[in-house]
Design a protein around this ligand. Structure first.
Ligand SMILES: C[S@@+](CC[C@H](N)C(=O)[O-])C[C@H]1O[C@@H](n2cnc3c(N)ncnc32)[C@H](O)[C@@H]1O
Length: 266
């Protein structure tokens, strides 16, 4: 195992700044809700469409590498009793805790994301109800390290019915073998036959989060599909998004975004 590569990644995350990360990726221009040509509504559409099939449901959903964000859980929360957020960094776990407990009045405003999700789901759900529902279901916020064979240690005893993970594995892996191992490690958290929804950067080599410059392993669509197939998944859906020039704003060199819905062999 390339321990030094993984150790260098851990070192680089010490200066990860959640507010700067949110500013770079979850404010306009990327978070503009007038059209799905913008990155954030495109991601929300992928998630809403997948859950709308009604095939992805169960007791527990784990989000791997939640970061300081909750958008990736908005459509999921109708289909699970319990949602487990996870992150390597205490600052990010604290950001989620504060949002759940409403302890951060000046904190990041997720309401446009929640309103947009309610709109595209088309069920007429008032956005405040969805917000409360997600807060209620976010029962655990746990430390995780995707480079460990058992990423959550002994914190969860039962495998989850589904996994979500957004912009995590490629952003914490120094190279492709490390990405593949991380995928295998997190797959141990998923029960056989369970669904995995992953969103990530295509052909990206770095991103910024305040002082921190984080390395990313550049992946193409074929790499992602190959990694999932080799880890024993059946690919149910794959979509990709090309980053328009207007959204290349100097905070990373991402060329696009992939979305994969994969199902673990039963
Ligand atoms: C690019 S951010 C993604 C955040 C969020 N999921 C999103 O969609 O914007 C990558 C996340 O991976 C987390 N991370 C760093 N090292 C990790 C590790 N070894 N295991 C799991 N997560 C890690 C970081 O703290 C950060 O929150």
């Amino acid at each position: 195992m390339c321990t030094s590569g993984v150790a260098a990644v851990a070192e680089s995350y010490k200066t990860f700044n959640p507010s700067a990360y949110l500013q770079n990726n979850y404010m306009p221009p990327r978070a503009t809700f007038t059209s799905e040509e913008f990155a954030v509504p495109w991601k929300l559409r992928c998630l809403a469409d997948s859950f709308a099939t009604g095939e992805i449901y169960g007791h527990t959903l784990i989000d791997v590498g939640t970061g300081p964000t909750i958008y990736q859980l908005l459509s999921a929360c109708d289909y699970f009793e319990e949602i487990v957020a996870t992150d390597y960094l205490e600052v990010n776990r604290e950001a989620i805790r504060r949002w759940v407990h409403g302890e951060d009045p000046g904190g990041f405003d997720w309401s446009p994301f929640i309103q947009h999700t309610c709109r595209i789901e088309g069920k007429g759900e008032p956005w405040k109800e969805k917000e409360q529902k997600l807060k209620r279901k976010l029962k655990k916020i746990l430390p995780i390290d995707v480079h460990q064979p058992n990423p959550l240690g002994s914190l969860l005893s039962q495998p989850a019915d589904a996994l979500v993970s957004a912009f995590c594995l490629e952003a914490v892996s120094p190279d492709r073998p490390s990405f593949d191992r991380a995928l295998q490690n997190v797959s141990t958290l998923l029960k056989p036959g369970g669904h995995f929804l992953m969103i990530g950067g295509l052909e990206e080599s770095f991103y910024l989060a305040g002082e921190a410059k984080l390395s990313v392993v550049p992946l193409g669509e074929v790499d992602v599909k190959e990694s999932f197939a080799q880890s024993g998944y059946h690919i149910r859906n794959f979509r990709s998004y090309i980053m328009p020039p207007s959204l290349k704003v100097g905070v990373d060199d991402v060329q696009g975004i992939f979305f994969i819905h994969a199902q673990k062999a039963a």
